[in-house]
Design a protein around this ligand. Structure first.
Ligand code: G3H
Ligand code: ZN
Length: 284
């Protein structure tokens, strides 16, 4: 199958009352773990590349890996730019073959964020690529992007309505209390705010920073209209923990396949569990 848009997967999810998982792609082991999990769970899936992922693997490798995976997969696969930083970067990703882009203007004043997203939307929609935007600031660190806790700011429901109407994105990432990276304490999500945003906005909503959020809160978020959920940190944890364990058990191991293989299996397990939790298992 060719790559599909994130908008298509998220709209199907919104109709079906579940969320699609979006997992960060940095290397072949992560790709194979995510795709194998999607196949085994019969789930649609979103691969996404962050600033750090693009720098580490290179845009051509990211696109080539995602294309091969989508072509061979029997479930729908999308490739999204995660937290895109500029109009130029979004255009580059579209030209290289991404099926979706996120343009993150959340650090900008509202009107500038609207103008940037609209500019990307006008081009992306002309060539069948979907667009995710962000309003409010999600705290924590994701690769190159750092938002200090004091700068994190929840999404305002009225602003969200104005933003979506004027900028026209296909999906909206909302700040309702999650943060990127490992949580210091138990994150508390502002479900009342989510309900208010949902009342005013009729496009699929996205939850970032979902690693470490309790299963109960995730279930609640899915029921309340979150249609795409981003996971990165939990894959990193599964990967590094398993590599460490493998090398502790076999300190003389020199075969990368024997070191990375178990880590790939561990990440697959995490993705399968997330798919069941998000409700996207069996929806392909
Ligand atoms: O954009 C990607 C995510 O929001 C990942 O967040 O690292 O907390 O899972 P996470
Ligand atoms: Zn994010």
């Amino acid at each position: 199958m060719a790559l599909v848009t994130v908008a298509k997967l998220a709209r199907d999810a919104a109709k079906g009352g579940y969320a699609v998982g979006a997992f960060n792609l940095n290397n072949m082991e992560i790709l194979q773990a995510v795709i194998a999990a999607a196949e085994e769970e019969r789930s649609p899936v979103i691969l996404q590349a962050s600033q750090g992922g693009l720098k580490y693997a290179g845009i051509d490798y990211i696109v080539a890996m995602a294309r091969v995976a989508a072509e061979q997969a029997s479930v729908p696969v999308a490739l999204n730019l995660d937290h895109g930083t500029s109009f130029e970067q979004a255009m580059q990703c579209i030209r290289k073959g991404f099926s979706a882009v996120m343009i993150d203007g959340s650090k900008l004043p509202l009107q500038d964020n609207i103008a940037l997203v609209k500019r990307v939307v006008d081009v992306a929609h002309a060539v069948g690529v979907s667009v995710e935007a962000e309003l409010g600031k999600i705290g924590g660190t994701e690769d190159d992007i750092v938002v200090a806790d004091k700068d994190a700011m929840m999404t305002d429901p009225d602003e969200a309505a104005q933003f979506v109407k004027q900028a026209g994105p296909d999906l909206l990432a909302v700040a309702i209390g999650t943060a990127h990276g490992v949580y210091k304490g138990e994150p508390r999500l502002d479900f009342e705010r989510l309900a208010q945003i949902k009342k005013r906005v009729d496009i699929p909503l996205v939850l970032h920073g979902a690693s470490g959020v309790s299963d109960e809160a995730i279930r609640n978020a899915c029921q309340m209209g979150i249609s795409k959920i981003n996971i990165d940190t939990e894959l990193r944890v599964a990967f590094s923990k398993t590599v460490q364990e493998t090398l502790e058990k076999s300190p003389n191991e020199i075969d990368p396949r024997k070191i990375l293989g178990p880590a790939r299996d561990a990440m697959k397990q995490v993705v399968r569990e997330k798919m069941r939790l998000f409700g996207c298992s069996g929806k392909a």
